[in-house]
Design a protein around this ligand. Structure first.
Ligand code: SF4
Length: 326
């Protein structure tokens, strides 16, 4: 064997060992999670999820319950239906709701006055329905968290998240969310490459994402999440590495990673059925996942849940509450 070949073999062995170490580390963290070692949120607490099933347009991979381009009149009908259902819960609950997560769909697609009306009613209900002694408006919040919130407070919450899409946020909407006590925003980046964003059918481009991120910081959001998708067809290791470095360069508190899945009934599903290559091979996805894990943990992130990484102390309380059946 020549010297060059020996070096190549040694490098391959070193790579293999590094992968094994990363995989062992991931398995270790899964064991810790099962033992409840890092699960925040105490027993006897509940989290509330509100679904806003509207988006500006439909992403090519999406099979979530969501409708694109619904006009204002339909948004108002949804608001009425949602608040009617909310009123049906008007009775003392067995445990206090400590986390509120507004997801979708794209909650920020709703007109600002409609979203505000929904959230105001939900927050008032949280005050009213909390069990006696559990804390109403702001009473359950830690001092540090209370100080960051508006006078309206957040109904005994320890975390209040809203999902947003880059093409659907404005400074006015973000300021309105802050006034309501929202302290955590989750933004769907998915990729920073406009070619992939177009292929995925996303309604935004990279510049929109950077603008939304800046607006969110300017609005005072100190807890920001960004979503990324891996397993894109033809994505080289270098491209994925640059994506991760760009994400880290934004100094997020939280990063969610999702492997692209091609589902029946979606645009990608139809393309795949017609023979287009719509994803990456399993081994490529595995390598991308391992690279992400290594990059994010090297940067100080904690892998606290299957798809989720956070700076220590910035783990989503709502996510972790689910693991305790909250
Ligand atoms: S923004 Fe989210 S919910 Fe809406 S279509 Fe795209 S992936 Fe689906």
């Amino acid at each position: 064997m020549s010297g060059a070949e020996e070096k190549r073999v040694e490098a391959e062995i070193a790579d293999g060992e590094r992968e094994k170490r990363v995989e062992a580390e991931i398995r270790g963290r899964e064991r810790e999670k099962r033992a409840g070692a890092e699960i925040a949120g105490g027993p006897g607490e509940m989290g509330l999820y509100i679904h806003i099933p509207f988006c500006r347009s439909r992403c090519h991979y999406c099979d979530f319950p969501s409708t694109a381009g619904l006009p204002r009149a339909e948004q108002l009908r949804y608001k009425e239906a949602l608040l009617w259902e909310w009123a049906a819960y008007r009775r003392p609950w067995p445990a206090p709701v400590r986390t509120l997560y507004v997801g979708g769909g794209t909650p920020t697609y709703l007109a600002e006055d409609i979203l505000t009306a929904i959230l105001t009613a939900v927050l008032a209900g949280l005050d009213e329905f909390s069990p006696p002694g559990a804390g109403g408006a702001s009473r359950g919040l830690g001092r540090e968290r209370q100080d960051k919130l508006s006078p309206l407070g957040a109904a005994g919450l320890t975390e209040f998240t809203v999902e947003a899409n880059p093409g659907a946020v404005t400074a006015a909407k973000l300021a309105s969310l802050r006034r309501l006590g929202c302290d955590r925003l989750s933004l769907g980046a998915q990729s920073f490459d406009d070619r992939y964003l177009a292929w995925l059918g996303r309604g935004h481009r990279a510049a929109d994402f950077f603008q939304a991120w800046r607006l969110a910081r300017e609005a005072g959001f100190a807890a920001l999440n960004l979503d990324l998708i891996y397993g894109l067809p033809g994505q080289s290791p270098d491209h994925w590495k640059r994506t991760l470095l760009t994400a880290l360069g934004l100094a997020p508190e939280h990063i969610s990673l999702y492997q692209l899945s091609v589902e029946a009934g979606t645009v990608l599903g139809a393309r795949a059925a017609a023979g287009e290559q719509c994803g990456a091979a399993e081994e490529v996805c595995r390598q991308q996942y391992l690279l992400a894990h290594q990059s994010l943990t090297d940067a100080g992130f904690v892998h606290y849940e299957i798809s989720n990484y956070a700076r220590p102390g910035s783990e989503s309380r709502h996510n972790t509450l689910y693991w305790r059946n909250g």
